[in-house]
Design a protein around this ligand. Structure first.
Ligand code: SF4
Length: 370
């Protein structure tokens, strides 16, 4: 079995080395085939890193780095946000979630406003923290709003298993976790965007392994390159895609070998599969994608908050004027939204892409991307 772990004595400064960066940028320009090449960075952390290191400005004319649906908060549809708000307003219910979810606008308000109005809404660093709270406050119902991709889902699964092991009856989850590969399949077939290569998410790939992208290469002939998050990592990934486009190739390449293996983290995959099963799921801007979400298996259905509280998910439109849907598909850049930087800013966000710390609108605003 292939194993490449990050060593404690590893020198990470070389992944920011100025000369190495300069040489990679020169190579990208040298081998750039010309015309328009669309490379989608699938992960919100890549979007932030590209912005913070100013990498977009170093690209050749015509090479477009597009943000994809890799921000879990951003792709969570309004139906989930509204259901969370509905639950938050129930007597005796404590909503727990990650911090980024607090200011995502629902149709009428957000969770932060609910809390200001008296609802018990708590921000957690780990879903596991809810277990201790539920044990010590047995008179309350604790609901975790669970969003995230394969990176965070194993931790959610472990929390479900722990709740069952301890026999907790006052714990449940709104499961809005999503899977990356089904979304890539939909984007690869989309007629309104032509993607020439995917910069695949490093964190997710630690769990699913780089072998998981072979299906995208086989079915759609689009290069898939797994990359880390330092400037050298990202530029190596871009260079690999540029070379493949120039040579008319499509392959899976892993440039994040210090963290990602072909098969991924088998233990984490096993834990996820024990608790969850793939279900059809709604994505903001994309709609329903078959088998792209995760629902609790029958053995764990007592922890499904929507069933427990009889809450129905109802489709709801994005905020008026907000283009998050198009931005998450790579059809528009954040700066092409008419509200960007005017009505919509991080201190007064209209849509989730301006709220989240991984949102592309927030990244473009923070780093002055044009
Ligand atoms: S700038 Fe604001 S309103 Fe426009 S797409 Fe981004 S989040 Fe939505």
């Amino acid at each position: 079995m292939e194993r490449r772990l990050i060593r404690r004595d590893m020198d990470f400064s070389r992944f920011k080395d100025r000369d190495y960066v300069r040489r990679l940028v020169e190579k990208i320009h040298r081998d750039y085939p010309g015309g328009r090449v669309n490379i989608m960075e699938v992960c919100g952390t890549h979007t932030m890193a590209i912005g913070s290191y100013g990498l977009r400005r170093l690209m050749p004319d015509g090479l477009q780095l597009l943000s994809g649906p890799g921000c879990p908060v951003c792709v969570t549809p309004n139906s989930i946000i509204n259901a969370s708000i509905e639950l938050a307003q129930k007597e005796g219910v404590v909503i727990t979630t990650f911090g980024d979810m607090m200011r995502v606008p629902g149709t009428e308000k957000n969770l932060e406003v609910c809390r200001a109005e008296g609802a018990d809404v708590r921000v957690l660093y780990s879903p596991y923290d809810m277990i201790a709270m539920a044990e010590s406050e047995r008179d309350k119902e604790f609901v975790f709003i669970s969003v995230g991709f394969e990176t965070t889902t194993p931790g959610i699964a472990l929390t479900v298993l722990e709740a069952k092991k301890r026999g907790l009856k006052n714990v449940s989850f709104i499961c809005a976790n999503r899977l990356v590969i089904p979304a890539l399949k939909v984007l690869s077939q989309a007629e309104d965007i032509n993607i020439d290569g995917y910069l695949c998410p490093g964190h997710v790939s630690v769990i699913i392994g780089y072998g998981a992208y072979q299906v995208i290469v086989d079915e759609y002939k689009i290069p898939c390159v797994v990359a880390g998050f330092e400037p050298v990592d990202i530029l190596m990934g871009v260079y690999e895609i540029v070379k493949q486009v120039k040579n008319g190739e499509s392959r899976v390449v892993n440039t994040y070998g210090r963290a990602v293996t072909e098969e991924g983290n088998l233990e984490a995959q096993k834990t996820m599969e024990e608790v969850f099963e793939p279900v059809d799921a709604e994505w903001r801007g994309i709609g329903i994608i078959p088998k792209s979400g995760l629902g609790l298996r029958d053995e764990y259905s007592e922890y499904d908050a929507l069933k427990k509280f009889n809450i129905e998910l109802k489709e709801a439109p994005d905020p008026p004027g907000c283009k998050c849907g198009e931005i998450l598909k790579g059809v528009l850049l954040p700066t092409e939204c008419p509200l960007f930087g005017t009505k919509c800013k991080p201190e007064s966000p209209v849509g989730p892409c301006m709220v989240s710390s991984e949102g592309s609108c927030a990244a473009y605003y923070k780093y002055g991307e044009v």
